[in-house]
Design a protein around this ligand. Structure first.
Ligand code: SF4
Ligand code: MG
Length: 337
């Protein structure tokens, strides 16, 4: 099957200006060479600590930004460098569910107006047809139709997120980026919203990029998982494989901090505590981006940036430990002076 979404070598560099003359002195490399495919109907989980570039990646893929470099194909159409007016007719196919339903909904609009807005902008439906569509969407996300004339403040956080989801689905998108859609919600509500997103995926044939800092949450919803660190994808595998046999030292550290339901795995794993902070994306370290914190760092790691390699079918990792050529050389290398 052809991927629905194909991202190659995506870069988002934000220039840094300084001084009276506002001279460009560098760049924050928020996303620095990210590649992945998402198959139709699949959910790719994109995981990492805050600031790793995962939200920027999600927004860049939807072209909410002008990207610095790279290729983005949606259903085979290259959108990476389209202008906003060229993108406009494609917008209905690709939508976003935001983290904070409070901030993303206009408090002065009724629920009906909020969900209808994309229909106003992109369709020629009659008012009656729009109203019917809005009510159907409210049914689909589990909101009572009788609340259509209420304002967002009258709803709980979970209900507001349902409004945001209904709005995102108004134009029958194929691809939806969910950016931490449950991070701002009470724990008791989180599972409900995740279940809703799964039901809607099945019902409408949606394909998701699901962004989260929470590996245990992604475990429930993702088909495959990509782990980001400092602007790069350091590992990408099927969900089952990733949780059972993580390849990258960073993924192992992240997983050691989440509750492992399998007691044997939990015992074998032990807690890995990373030293130090994430370096600034304006000044990433030489060599491997993770070398300043990696428990398994080797001399070569401070020299050579590991490429993301497919080490077995569907198993991608950017780490010298999994590169036989480099490891062969490492073993014969004299000890550091
Ligand atoms: Fe650690 Fe080296 Fe692998 Fe980077 S390349 S993750 S520093 S072992
Ligand atoms: Mg973020």
């Amino acid at each position: 099957t052809r991927p629905l979404v194909q991202v190659r070598d995506l870069r988002m560099h934000f220039p840094i200006y300084a001084g009276l003359l506002r001279r460009r002195v560098g760049a924050v490399k928020a996303v620095d060479g990210v590649s992945f495919d998402i198959l139709p109907g699949e959910t790719l989980g994109l995981v990492g600590e805050s600031g790793c570039g995962k939200s920027t990646t999600g927004r860049a893929v939807l072209r909410l930004y002008d990207i610095t470099e790279g290729s983005i194909r949606i259903e085979g159409t290259e959108i990476g460098h389209m202008s906003q007016s060229q993108l406009r007719p494609l917008r209905p196919r690709m939508q976003m569910v935001f983290q904070d339903p409070q901030a993303s909904l206009d408090a002065r609009m009724t629920v009906e107006a909020i969900i209808r807005e994309p229909l106003d902008e992109h369709t020629r439906l009659s008012s009656r047809e729009k109203r019917e569509k809005v009510l159907e969407l409210m049914d689909a996300v589990g909101l009572n139709r009788r609340f259509a004339s209420r304002y967002p403040h009258a709803f709980s956080g979970g209900q507001r997120q349902r409004i945001g989801i209904a709005r995102a689905l108004a134009l029958n998108p194929k691809f939806v980026v969910c950016d931490e859609p449950i991070a701002a919600l009470d724990v008791s509500i989180q599972a409900q919203v995740v279940n809703l997103l799964e039901d809607l995926q099945a019902k409408f044939g949606l394909t998701y990029l699901f962004i989260s800092h929470d590996l245990s949450m992604v475990r429930h919803i993702a088909t495959r998982v990509a782990v980001m660190y400092l602007g790069r994808i350091v590992e990408m595998q099927d969900r089952e494989r990733l949780y059972a046999d993580p390849l990258h030292p960073y993924t192992r550290a992240l997983l050691s901090a989440v509750n492992e339901p399998d007691p044997a795995l939990a015992r074998s794993r032990g807690r890995i505590v990373l030293r130090g902070d994430v370096p600034s994306p304006a000044n990433p370290p030489r060599g491997c981006n993770f070398c300043t914190r990696c428990p398994e760092v080797m001399p070569v790691c401070r020299d050579i940036d590991p490429e993301t390699r497919q080490v077995a079918p569907g198993r991608w990792v950017a780490c010298h430990l999994h590169d036989p050529a480099i490891m062969g050389r490492e073993r014969t290398r004299p000890p550091e002076a």
